[in-house]
Design a protein around this ligand. Structure first.
Ligand SMILES: [Zn+2]
Length: 367
């Protein structure tokens, strides 16, 4: 399956090349081609002259034009470019044609696909949200739209059960702003509901694997290299513990083993009672509390085994606690990026109380 990349004239050739170079490093059934197509001024005047009128009608109910955000391309104008390429070159109808454009579009969407495998991705304004090169979010959006087409998310509307208006960290989260998109990219995930839909539509496993590799590649750039900008440090995300004891920070799930989750939940619950944190040496006083949480979370194991593990955790001779604490903290940092993570990790050095620093009003237990 070939994915042809086109660009509108103002999108820089250098960045166009960057996006292509990144995508083509991931081998699999999705083959990317960079097309250097000079659009004709006569045929496509809206690409060259501001405020020009075209015969393309804006999609009535969606056409909220806003002068203050500049010259806006209509969705139909953008898709006319991919249709033009498709018709001129007579490509296979199963192939995708992507238009990359810095120009804003009528509803200011970040990307969109149509019913004929045409896609556009808005390429500008990413700098304010991440220090990572915008080629990564752009590449993600290309692949996201290909997947959404293949899994038949025909309409990107609120009535589609696979579009999540409550963010879940899934590819199909409907993001209202680019900051939310960045968090989605950092999560690099497709939720179980959407994976079931992918299976239902019989999408080639190799495509799914390739897509996950690309998502991981994007995530590595955004999270592990910690290039999220300082501005992110000011964002205060709520910690939510669901009825099923899943831990979400913002919309990102922090996935921990039952024992680590026990520790984290214990510190979270304890913080609401005592905001000073707990010294490791005092942790042994809380064996019953720890055990009560662990029993709810552990999927298997006799009581004796669970007790042994909790005893080992609080035992000052063994060093289980500091090992588990540092693993929990690195998982949180990997998920959120270091800047944001610092208020959510278990802080405190070896002889200091361990505590989670986020303010209590941002902690929510959904039970
Ligand atoms: Zn989903």
């Amino acid at each position: 399956m070939r994915i042809y990349l086109l660009k509108t004239p103002e999108f820089s050739e250098e960045q166009f090349q960057n996006v292509y170079n990144f995508l083509k490093t991931f081998k699999g059934p999705l083959k990317f081609s960079k097309i250097n197509l000079d659009f004709d001024k006569e045929k496509f005047p809206f690409l060259f002259y501001p405020y020009i009128n075209t015969d393309y009608k804006s999609d009535g109910k969606k056409g909220n034009f806003k002068q203050e955000i500049g010259t806006i391309l209509r969705w139909k104008e953008i898709f006319s470019l991919s249709t033009y390429y498709r018709d001129t070159v007579k490509i296979n109808k199963n192939d995708f044609v992507i238009v990359l454009t810095d120009r804003r579009n009528e509803l200011n969407w970040f990307s969109k696909f149509d019913e004929k495998r045409n896609i556009f991705v808005h390429t500008s304004d990413w700098d304010a949200f991440t220090n990572a090169n915008p080629k990564y979010p752009i590449a993600y959006q290309i692949v996201e739209n290909v997947m959404q087409f293949l899994m038949k998310l025909e309409s990107q509307s609120p009535y589609n059960p696979y579009i999540h208006f409550q963010p879940t960290g899934c590819m199909n989260d409907f993001c209202q702003n680019k900051q939310e998109v960045i968090l989605k990219l950092q999560n690099a995930n497709i939720c179980e509901t959407c994976i079931a839909k992918i299976r239902h539509e019989n999408i080639d496993d190799k495509i799914v694997q390739q897509v996950f590799k690309i998502f991981d590649g994007v995530r590595n750039e955004l999270v592990y290299k910690n290039r999220t900008i300082e501005q992110n440090a000011d964002i205060k995300l709520a910690i939510t513990v669901t009825k099923k004891n899943e831990i979400f920070i913002g919309n990102l799930e922090i996935r921990l083993t039952p024992l680590r989750k026990t520790l984290y939940l214990f510190f979270l619950e304890n913080k609401l009672i005592n905001n000073h944190g707990i010294l490791f040496n005092d942790l042994g006083d809380f064996k019953i509390e720890l055990m009560n949480i662990y029993r709810k979370l552990a999927v298997e194991g006799e009581m004796d085994i669970l007790k042994t593990r909790i005893n080992a955790l609080v035992n000052p001779v063994e060093d289980r606690f500091s090992q588990e604490k540092s693993r929990i903290n690195s998982i949180i940092s990997d998920t959120l990026g270091k800047n944001i993570a610092k208020d959510y990790i278990l802080s405190g050095g070896r002889n200091e109380p361990s505590k989670i620093n986020i303010s209590n009003d941002l902690i929510k237990f959904q039970q």
